[in-house]
Design a protein around this ligand. Sequence first.
Ligand code: KG4
Ligand code: ZN
Length: 356
Amino acid sequence: MLILGIESSCDETAAALVCDATKIEQRILSNVVLTQDKEHSPFGGIVPEIAARAHLKHLDDIIMSAMTAADVSFDEIDGIAATGGPGLIGGVIVGIMSAKAIASVKKKPFIAVNHLEGHALTARLTSNISFPYLLLLVSGGHCQLLIVEDIGKYKRLGTTVDDALGEAFDKCAKMMGLGYPGGPRVEAAAKTGDERKFNLPRPMRGREGCHFSFSGLKTAVRRQIEQIGSGNMNSQDIADLCASFQRAAGDVLIDRCKNGLNQFRSIYPTGNILVVAGGVAANKSIGNRLAELKHTENIQLMIPPTELCTDNAAMIAWAGIEKLKSGHTSSLDFKPRPRWPLDPNAPPAIGAGVKA
Ligand code: KG4
Ligand code: ZN
């Protein structure tokens, strides 16, 4: 099975061709990603209108580049998968309309994919793991622990009550003048920093359950900057603050994942796989910290390669393959879903004991 995937829900315009070859290294035929960093960096964050226009301008070329790189024609593909949400509505409309147009002209199945499901299933593209597994989803818009039970079947154990972790990375980077996108810049700066220099809070650590909170950590970073005086911060101060922030975030993730693993195992006693996905999973320092759980919790830890952690269309194509194989296609009437939870039955995080 060969699927064209399209991703346009945030600030990456992407297209990919992916097949279900038994050999993992033969699955991705092409994976083209155009980031809009240049368009958004003057504003220090994503501007939805600019994002939508950039997707519209570039998507056709990106799709053709992916087709050419994979050396396939539209007649050879078995379906078109596109991100149907959650995300910025303008970009999602652009991707969905293109996918529907190709599907209707070429008479191929169209599959609307939940962007979060793309992240959630990436580990099954890059390794042979079966359901169920525990997923730590850490991206720019989401921070959740979920049990992945099957295609389309998710049980959310916890979510953030305020900022997502990627968002906290981005905001801290902005405060330190590191620019956009923040996550990779904080990671790079932290390499030469002392992670014990600043004593930052570990929100939610030690509490029951699997919810997260990062706004207090972000505020503590702001206070440190104010204390030193933003104009007085030298590159070593920035490196130390980035490293201390990463250390604190890592401590929180480890604590939350331990609770998540306990809950996972109370439902699935033999469950022993933890998958980390989403942009923040690209952070090697966070990945190394989470690797501590391999020994203390006796689990297998799976983190996809960097280029498949951050937004891409290979994950959307792969989710399309998984969905099509299990008999799920979408109607050409599908309406983009700017909000699309993986677990619609999860209760709101309000009441988790921290600011809602
Ligand atoms: O999954 P993703 O590409 O887009 C969303 O679905 O949100 O995640 C983007 C987020 C951004 O907040 C970005 O700063 C963060 O992931 N990110 C990182 C790293 N690379 C990307 N955060 C920390 N360290 C990184 N190396
Ligand atoms: Zn994403």
